[in-house]
Design a protein around this ligand. Structure first.
Ligand SMILES: *Cc1c(COP(=O)(O)O)cnc(C)c1O
Length: 371
């Protein structure tokens, strides 16, 4: 079986040294590794503040809470469920935007249209590590007088016009779970240039307690443990090399699959560095006639051959039961999102994927029977 992903981990011996130290010191949380990780990631990105949290989902929930955002927020529907969940946990109504069918990132013209309808913020996503059109989004946010928040779960190590992911909008939130580019086991990092916001986030991840116990804000326990921080701190040292390898493997896939006419690749803008958290292909579904789609057929064929693949994101978020029953999401037709949701397939990709495996996967794709 070729797995779709493998965690990018630093050498065990290096991590074990830290873990032994943490174990023996008895300081398992709220201590120096979390602080070191926050400083190291802030320096890596080039932002004033990073706040480590238990995972990206709680980081997003707390970011909206700390910014006091209410009402409605524009968010792409072609994303993972956690992106929109962060809004519902704050009683914010998601207003789903369509995505471009080539870059798979949010359609900024649609965002612009929706911003004229009284929304309080824009949330965008680095889809599979591909940066959205950040210049356009920052411009729309500024003209509308609302903040831009980025679900950067897939994006650590990527960049847009030479600037690292993490330095855009009001706040960006990364995930450090095992399939993402930097791994802590479970974890998240919130990046911002706003010191006051970082202060509030540090209180909010700690039940909302500001230190004197008489707490004023509703928080969570969303702290990262010292063990998790130590793993990520070592992982950060190999992050750039891992991204380089991911990009190399993605180019190799494109070479090997260049002659398959019904297959398209995710478009990455020239001035962007996509992390390739996943390698997403589009299996075109032009003449369906009620038959099983080319993508579904391909997925079945590859799984049968022992190649693990994922139909991300299917159904798209606005079609998930929890969102589909909300009247406002029913009212909009997101045709490009629905097309993506029917035709995107993620193939195995991780820094240690062997060239022979890529060749073998490409071969299996070429031999897939048409539906
Ligand atoms: C993984 C993921 C999340 C959630 O990250 P956790 O750290 O597991 O909470 C959020 N958004 C996107 C786009 C993701 O892929």
């Amino acid at each position: 079986m070729i797995p779709i992903s493998r965690p990018s981990l630093p050498p065990y011996s290096k991590v074990a040294k830290h873990w032994k130290h943490i174990y023996e010191s008895g300081m398992l949380t709220n201590h120096k590794y979390v602080e070191q990780l926050e400083k190291a990631v802030a320096a890596y990105i080039g932002v004033k503040e990073c706040v480590a949290v238990a995972n990206c989902t709680s980081g997003l929930i707390l970011s909206f809470k700390a910014l006091g955002i209410r009402g409605k927020v524009v968010v792409p529907a072609f994303t993972f469920m956690a992106t929109a969940h962060a809004l519902l946990w704050n009683n914010i109504e998601p207003v789903f935007a369509d995505s471009n069918d080539d870059t798979m990132t949010v359609d900024t013209e649609d965002v612009e249209r929706l911003c004229k309808k009284g929304v309080s913020a824009i949330m965008a996503v680095y889809t599979f590590g591909n940066p959205p059109d950040l210049a356009a989004l920052e411009d729309i946010a500024q003209r509308s007088g609302i903040p831009l928040i980025l679900d950067a779960a897939h994006a650590l190590g990527g960049s847009y016009r030479g600037k690292k992911a993490g330095s855009f909008g009001k706040v960006e939130v990364f995930s450090l779970s095992p399939t993402k580019t930097l791994v802590s086991g479970e974890g998240g990092i919130i990046a911002t240039d706003d010191k006051d916001l970082a202060y509030r986030l540090r209180r909010l991840r700690d039940y909302g307690n500001d230190g004197n116990y008489d707490c004023e804000w509703l928080g969570l326990n969303a702290r990262m443990s010292e063990f998790h921080a130590a793993l990520a701190l070592e992982g950060l040292k190999i992050l750039d090399e891992n991204i380089k390898q991911r990009i190399k493997k993605a180019s190799r896939y494109k070479e090997c699959l260049a002659d398959v006419p019904w297959l398209k690749f995710q478009k990455v803008r020239e001035d962007c560095l996509c992390t390739y958290k996943d390698f997403a292909v589009i299996a075109e579904t032009s003449n369906l006639n009620g038959k099983k789609s080319l993508r579904d057929n391909l997925a079945e064929h590859l799984q049968f051959k022992g190649i693990q693949v994922k139909k991300y994101f299917c159904p798209a978020v606005h079609k998930l039961k929890i969102y589909d029953r909300m009247a406002p999401s029913r009212a909009r037709k997101l045709s490009k999102t629905e097309h993506l949701s029917r035709s995107v397939l993620c193939l195995p990709l991780h820094p240690n994927l062997a060239d022979t495996e890529i060749v073998c996967i490409a071969d299996a794709i070429r031999k897939a029977p048409s539906p």
